[in-house]
Design a protein around this ligand. Structure first.
Ligand code: ADP
Length: 452
C-alpha cells in the first residue's frame, strides 16, 4: 500500500483534512496581514541599499498576489465548502504557498545588502520571523509550510554562504539549523492537530452512535410496552366475554329459554374465534421469524380468492353499512401462489379497511395486470381503497413493522400491530411487494403485487 492509499484508508481522512483546511482558511487573514507587515518592514529598512525600481516592482507583485490570496480566503469563509470541495481548496492553498515562498525568496535576494552584515542581519531576522510565523499560520497543511519555509530560509542560507566570510558561514549554518528546528516544530504541531481532529471526530461519531442506540432501545422498550398493553387488552376482552356468558349460562341453566342459550353460545364462540385469530397471528409471526413458514404454491384464480374473503367478512360489511366494489381488468391470469396465505393477506387488509371505514363508507378492490418491478414479466396488482382516516405519510413504511400501530389511532382501535407485518412477510415469500399510500380524498389504499 503506497502512502497516498494509506492516507485515504485512515479513518476520517477526508473529514480531518477538511477540518484542517477550514481551520487554515479561518485564521489566514491574520497571516496575510502579518506577511504584509514583514514585506513593508523589509522594504523600508533596506530602502537605501537596493535598487528602488526593483524593490517597488517586487512590492507590487507581492501586494497583487496577496490581495488575490485574501480574496480567495474571504470567498472560502463565505461559501463554507463541503468536505469534498475542501480537498480542492487545500490543494489550492499548497500551490499558493509555493508561489508565496518564491516571491519571498525573490524579495530576500533583492534586499540582501551584499557586504553589509548589519543590514544582512535585518533580512535574516525578518526571514526567520516569517518562518516562525508560518508555523502558527500554515502548519495545518504539511506541504504548505514546507513549500513556504524551505525556499525562503534556504535562499538566505545560500546568500550568506556566497558572502564567503567566516561570520557569514557560521550564520548560514545557524540559519540552516533554525530552518530544521522550525520545520520540526511545525511538523509536530501539524501531527498533533491532525490527531486531535481525528479524536474529536471519533468522539463525535461515538456520541452519535450512543444517541442512536439509546433512541432505538427506547423505541424497542416503548413498542414492547405498547404491545403488552394491546396484547393483554386483546386477550382480556374475548376472555371476559367467554367467562361472562358461561357464567350467565350456568346461573340460568334451569330456566333459560333455548334462544338465550343459543345467543350465549354464539357469543362464546365469537370470543373464542377472536382469541384463536390472535394466537394464530402470534404463531405465524414466530414461524416467519424462524424462517419456518411453509407455502403451498398452486395456480389460483385471484378473483375467486378475493370474493371468498369478501363473503367471509359479509356480516361485518353489513353491520357497518359498507359497500364493497370489485374492479378488475377483463381477463385476469391465474397466479401461482399459496391460496390460504394470500387469502390471509386480503382478509387482513379488508378487515382493517372495514375497521377504519366510517359507517356507510365505500371499500373498493382494484385488480390490474402490471409490469413486474423486478423483471420484465407480468404481475398482478391488488389494491384495497377505503375512506377511513388514512395513515400519516411518515408512517407508511413503519406500519408494516411488527407491533406498530399508527400513533394517533393506537389508543382506540385495538389490534396488536401484527397483521401488516405478517402480510409483508407472506408477500415477500411470493417475491412480491406491499405498500400503502393515501388517497386524494379521505382514506388509504393498500396495494400488493404478485408476479404472474
Ligand atoms: P392491527 O390492525 O392489529 O393493529 P395491523 O398490522 O393490521 O395491526 O395494522 C397496523 C396499524 O396500521 C393499525 O393499528 C392501524 O393503526 C394502521 N392501519 C392499518 N390499516 C389501516 C387502514 N385501512 N386505515 C387506517 N389505518 C390503518
Amino acid at each position: 500500500m503506497n502512502k497516498a492509499e494509506k492516507r485515504i484508508d485512515e479513518p476520517y481522512a477526508k473529514q480531518v483534512y477538511a477540518k484542517q483546511v477550514r481551520t487554515l482558511y479561518g485564521s489566514f487573514m491574520v497571516g496575510i496581514a502579518g506577511t504584509f507587515i514583514g514585506a513593508f518592514l523589509l522594504m523600508a529598512i533596506q530602502w537605501d541599499f537596493v535598487d528602488h525600481s526593483y524593490i517597488l516592482m517586487w512590492f507590487a507583485l507581492f501586494s497583487a498576489f496577496h490581495l488575490i490570496r485574501a480574496v480567495f480566503v474571504y470567498r472560502f469563509n463565505k461559501v463554507h465548502p463541503d468536505d469534498g470541495a475542501c480537498v480542492v481548496w487545500g490543494q489550492g492553498f499548497v500551490y499558493s504557498s509555493i508561489v508565496a515562498g518564491m516571491i519571498w525568496s525573490l524579495g530576500i535576494v533583492i534586499t540582501f545588502a551584499q557586504g553589509n552584515l548589519t543590514y544582512q542581519l535585518t533580512v535574516a531576522i525578518i526571514t526567520v520571523g516569517l518562518g516562525a510565523g508560518a508555523v502558527s499560520a500554515i502548519s495545518m497543511l504539511r506541504f504548505s509550510f514546507i513549500a513556504f519555509v524551505f525556499p525562503i530560509m534556504f535562499t538566505l542560507v545560500v546568500l550568506f554562504l556566497m558572502e564567503k566570510t567566516t561570520t557569514t558561514n557560521i550564520l548560514s549554518i545557524i540559519i540552516f539549523l533554525t530552518m530544521l528546528f522550525i520545520m520540526r516544530g511545525a511538523n509536530n504541531i501539524y501531527v498533533s492537530n491532525k490527531n486531535n481532529f481525528r479524536l474529536l471526530m471519533e468522539a463525535e461519531d461515538r456520541e452519535k452512535q450512543l444517541i442512536i442506540a439509546k433512541e432505538s432501545a427506547e423505541i424497542a422498550n416503548k413498542t414492547q410496552a405498547e404491545f403488552l398493553d394491546n396484547m393483554s387488552h386483546e386477550l382480556r376482552t374475548p376472555l371476559h366475554g367467554i367467562l361472562a356468558f358461561t357464567e350467565l349460562g350456568i346461573n340460568s341453566a334451569n330456566d333459560c329459554p333455548d334462544e338465550k342459550f343459543l345467543r350465549y353460545f354464539s357469543k362464546i364462540s365469537e370470543s373464542g374465534k377472536r382469541l384463536k385469530i390472535l394466537l394464530d397471528d402470534l404463531l405465524d409471526l414466530r414461524k416467519i421469524e424462524d424462517g419456518k413458514m411453509e407455502l403451498n404454491f398452486e395456480s389460483n384464480d385471484m378473483e375467486k380468492i378475493i370474493n371468498s374473503c369478501i363473503e367471509e367478512q359479509e356480516a361485518f360489511i353489513i353491520s357497518h353499512q359498507l359497500k364493497v366494489d370489485f374492479n378488475s381488468d377483463n381477463v385476469l391470469p391465474f397466479i401461482n401462489c399459496d391460496k390460504h396465505r394470500v387469502g390471509q393477506v386480503i382478509m387482513n387488509l379488508l378487515s382493517n379497511a372495514i375497521k377504519f371505514s366510517p359507517e356507510g363508507g365505500h371499500i373498493t378492490f382494484f385488480v390490474k395486470i402490471v409490469k413486474n418491478t423486478n423483471n420484465s414479466g407480468e404481475a398482478i396488482r391488488i389494491s384495497i381503497t377505503d375512506q377511513g382516516p388514512g395513515i400519516p405519510p411518515d408512517e407508511h413504511e413503519s406500519v408494516f413493522n411488527k407491533f406498530v400501530q399508527v400513533k394517533k389511532q393506537a389508543s382506540n382501535t385495538g389490534g396488536t400491530g401484527l397483521g401488516l407485518a405478517i402480510c409483508k412477510e407472506i408477500i415477500k415469500e411470493h417475491k412480491g411487494s406491499v405498500w400503502c399510500e393515501n388517497n386524494d380524498g379521505p382514506g388509504v389504499t393498500f396495494s400488493f403485487i404478485l408476479p404472474v
